[in-house]
Write a protein that binds this ligand. Structure first.
Ligand code: PMP
Length: 359
C-alpha cells in the first residue's frame, strides 16, 4: 500500500481537502501579525508569579473543573450569577467543542470574512458551513441575507465575532439581536477582543436562552497560557461540559491566570496604552496616500492598499523587519487588504516608517 493509499483509507476526504492553519515564523521580526499584547510584566510581578507556580503540584492532575479559576473569571468578566461558564484550551478549543456537540448533519453559519477557525473546524468535522458575505463598503452584517439564510438553512449555530476579526468593526447590535431572535439555533458572540471595547453582549445573556458569549485571555496579554471560556445558559453549558476532556486546563494555566487576574490595574494600563496607540495609528494611516484604514474596536487595524499592491507592500515591510498579516490572498472582500496588530509605540513607529517607504 502506498502512503497516498494509506492516507485515503484512514483520513476523511474533507480533512484531506483542507489547508493547515499556517503561522508565519516571526523570529527576529517586529511582530505585529497575531494580535498579541506586546507588553510583559514588571520584574516584581514576575517574581511573585514564580513563587505561585513553585507551589503547583505537577505530579497531580489539575482540578478537572478549575472551580477557583471559573469563579475568578466570572467575577473579572462580570458574568451574571445565573450563568455558567465552561473553560477551553484557548477559545479555539471551545469552537471545536461546540461544533463536536452538534448533530452530524448540522449547519454552521458565520459572516465572511471573519475568524477562519469557525469554517476550518466545521469543515474538519464534515459539517455544513454557510458563509454569508458582509456588506462590501462597511463590513457590516448583511442582515437581510443572514435572515434569509437562517430561514432556508436553519443553522444550528451562528458565530459572530464582536469586534470582528479581521475587519475590526463592531457589528450593529440591533442586527445581532434580530439574528438571536430569528434563529432556532445557538448564537455565539465571540468577544475575543473585549479588552479593547466597552461594548459586550454579556448583559444580554439572561435575556436569551440561545445566546452564549465566548472570551479569551489571549488578547489581554496571556496568549501563551491558552485559556478561553464560554458563558451562558446553564442547561447548554452542562451538555457541552460532557464533550469537554476532563483536564483540558493544565495546572500552570490555572494558577497563572488566577494570579494574573489579581493585577487588573496592570492589564488596564496596558490596554489603555494600546487603545491610545490604535487611535494614533488610525490617524497616521489615514494620512497616507492610497491607504484606507477601517475603524477598529480591537487591537489591530485592517487597511486597504492600492490595487494589487498588498503583497508587495507586505514583502517590503518584511524586508525591513516588520511582520504584519497579508490577507489579500484570501481574495473577495479582503483583496488588497493587510492587517497590523497594535504594538508598543516604538514598534508602531517602525511600522509606519517602513510602510511609508513601501507605498
Ligand atoms: N476568536 C477570534 C475572533 C480570534 O480572533 C481569535 C484569535 N485570533 C480567537 C477566537 C482564538 O483565541 P484563543 O487564543 O483564545 O484560541
Amino acid at each position: 500500500m502506498t502512503e497516498q493509499e494509506l492516507i485515503a483509507t484512514v483520513i476523511r476526504p474533507e480533512i484531506r481537502a483542507l489547508n493547515a492553519y499556517k503561522v508565519a515564523d516571526a523570529t527576529g521580526y517586529i511582530k505585529l501579525d497575531a494580535m498579541e499584547n506586546p507588553y510583559t510584566w514588571p520584574e516584581e510581578i514576575k517574581a511573585q508569579w514564580l513563587k505561585v507556580i513553585q507551589t503547583a503540584e505537577l505530579n497531580r492532575y489539575p482540578d478537572p473543573e478549575a472551580k477557583t479559576l471559573c469563579r475568578i473569571l466570572k467575577e473579572y468578566n462580570q458574568i451574571p450569577a445565573e450563568c455558567e461558564i465552561l473553560l477551553g484550551n484557548g477559545s479555539d478549543e471551545i469552537i471545536q467543542l461546540l461544533l463536536m456537540a452538534l448533530p452530524a448533519d448540522a449547519t454552521v453559519m458565520a459572516p465572511e470574512p471573519s475568524f477562519v477557525m469557525y469554517k476550518q473546524v466545521a469543515q474538519c468535522l464534515g459539517l455544513n458551513y454557510q458563509g454569508v458575505p458582509l456588506l462590501a463598503d462597511s463590513f457590516e452584517l448583511d442582515l437581510a441575507a443572514m435572515l434569509t439564510n437562517i430561514k432556508n438553512q436553519q443553522p444550528e449555530i451562528i458565530f459572530l465575532a464582536y469586534p470582528n476579526n479581521p475587519t475590526g468593526n463592531l457589528f450593529d447590535s440591533d442586527a445581532i439581536e434580530q439574528l438571536i431572535q430569528h434563529t432556532k439555533g445557538l448564537v455565539i458572540i465571540d468577544e475575543a477582543y473585549a479588552p479593547f471595547t466597552d461594548f459586550s453582549f454579556i448583559n444580554q445573556l439572561t435575556k436569551y436562552k440561545n445566546l452564549l458569549v465566548m472570551r479569551t485571555v489571549s488578547k489581554l496579554g496571556l496568549a501563551g497560557l491558552r485559556l478561553g471560556f464560554i458563558a451562558g445558559n446553564p442547561g447548554i453549558i452542562k451538555q457541552l461540559n460532557k464533550a469537554r476532556l476532563p483536564y483540558n486546563i493544565n495546572i500552570l494555566t490555572q494558577c497563572s491566570v488566577e494570579f494574573a487576574l489579581t493585577h487588573p490595574d496592570m492589564f488596564a494600563r496596558q490596554t489603555e496604552i494600546l487603545c491610545h496607540e490604535r487611535a494614533r495609528m488610525f490617524l497616521q494611516l489615514s494620512t497616507l496616500k492610497n491607504i484606507h484604514p477601517c475603524p477598529s474596536a480591537a487591537n489591530f487595524i485592517l487597511f486597504r492598499t492600492a490595487k494589487n499592491k498588498a503583497t508587495d507592500i507586505f514583502n517590503t515591510l518584511k524586508e525591513q523587519g516588520v511582520l504584519i498579516k497579508n490577507l489579500s490572498p484570501q481574495k473577495g472582500l479582503l483583496s488588497d487588504c493587510l492587517r497590523v496588530t497594535i504594538g508598543k509605540p516604538e514598534e508602531n513607529n517602525a511600522f509606519i516608517k517602513a510602510l511609508k517607504s513601501a507605498i
